[in-house]
Design a protein around this ligand. Structure first.
Ligand code: ZN
Length: 109
């Protein structure tokens, strides 16, 4: 396990998920973009396109078009987060590795 979060904060008001990693990096994910990057088979369009190697190059370049509110955020073991979105979708399991890959280059203001 390469990267571990030290602290995870869901700011529903700002629509941001913030992760402070064990190495000190702070990642801020706009929820709408995070929703677009949902790694589940349904959102990826097939098993062949799943996995960290298919992570979007630039999370902030994705265009949020679906739900962007999280109703519930559940840990999956000690390796991932599984958000439930307010449109009822909740199949995506975001591993630490995937979230780290998605970390935006520049934090949104
Ligand atoms: Zn999905």
């Amino acid at each position: 396990m390469q990267f571990q979060p030290r602290n995870i904060t869901l700011d529903k008001g700002k629509g941001l998920l913030e992760i402070v990693w064990s190495d000190g990096l702070v990642s801020r994910y706009p929820l709408g973009h995070l929703r677009e990057a949902c790694p589940c088979v349904e959102c990826r369009g097939g098993h062949a396109r799943m996995g960290p190697e298919h992570a979007p190059d630039d999370l902030l370049a994705l265009i949020p078009s679906r739900s962007h509110a999280i109703t519930d955020l559940s840990p999956v073991g000690n390796y991932a987060l599984q958000p439930s979105w307010d449109d009822g979708h909740g199949a995506g399991i975001y591993t630490w590795e995937y979230l780290r890959l998605l970390s935006p280059q520049q934090p949104p203001d």
